[in-house]
Design a protein around this ligand. Structure first.
Ligand code: CMP
Length: 223
């Protein structure tokens, strides 16, 4: 697939006309990262924006004892690395490839030039930052207000919203889910089993199907 065709599917760039997309494609470099490689290190200076063309990456904080908190999992069409470009502070987190991933890299100066030429992109960036802030707000609330059962329910509902379907096909292990909601793998596995036993969800090799959305919403404190 051409870089222009990839960029066309990125929500941030979707409003651009083909000629503009071609211009962005020209200043974009493609790089591949094997599974588990670190793409960005927390506290490093930031000089580029990244767009996920294929694969999946996680945004993580790592404690001194080596424990990981996953702030977000990003997939095809998502971007990261914008924060350091905007505020010129060091990278706020590590970003690590969860699978072999192909990324498009846009250098700071080039991205700033695109932003100035296309107010639509600046608006798209603000919209995404707002969406991420809402997610963080929700996460802070759930860490304080919900038990693990509620946090798992909330995560499943978020993933379903993201997929715009009751079928969740994003590949997340119980260990990853535990790192996303501040719990242990064992507790997540037990909670998922309970949700299956109660008939709220169905799990197969390929997907998690939400069978009783209103029961999950009640567990997540949304009703
Ligand atoms: P930057 O700080 O440059 O480098 C790390 C990147 O991780 C950051 O930009 C964002 O793109 C991304 N990031 C940090 N926190 C979050 C979050 N809570 N949700 C999604 N992405 C994030």
């Amino acid at each position: 697939m051409s870089v222009t065709a990839i960029l066309q599917k990125v929500p941030l760039f979707s409003q651009l006309a083909t000629a503009e997309l071609d211009r962005v494609a020209e200043i974009t470099r493609e790089r591949s990262y094997p599974r588990n490689s670190v793409i960005l290190f927390e506290d490093d200076p930031g000089d580029a924006l990244y767009v996920v063309a294929t694969g999946q990456v996680k945004v993580v904080l790592i404690g001194e004892d080596g424990r990981e908190v996953i702030l977000s999992v990003l997939g095809e069409g998502d971007f990261f690395g914008e924060m350091s470009l905007i505020d010129e502070e060091p990278r706020s987190a590590h970003v690590i490839a969860m699978e072999d991933s192909n990324l498009l890299v846009i250098r700071r100066e080039d991205f700033q030039a695109i932003l100035q030429q296309s107010p639509g992109i600046a608006m798209g960036l603000l919209r995404e930052l707002s969406r991420r802030l809402r997610r963080v707000d929700e996460k802070v609330g759930s860490l304080v207000l919900l038990d693990v059962n509620g946090r798992v329910a909330q995560l499943l509902l978020d993933l379903a919203d993201e997929a715009r379907s009751d079928r969740i096909t994003r590949r997340l292990t119980h260990h990853t889910i535990a790192q996303m909601i501040g719990s242990s793998r064992e507790t997540v596995s037990r909670t998922m089993r309970e949700l299956v036993d109660k008939g709220y969800i169905e799990i197969s090799r390929r997907e998690i199907l939400i069978r009783d959305r209103s029961a999950l919403e009640a567990s997540a404190g949304r009703s």
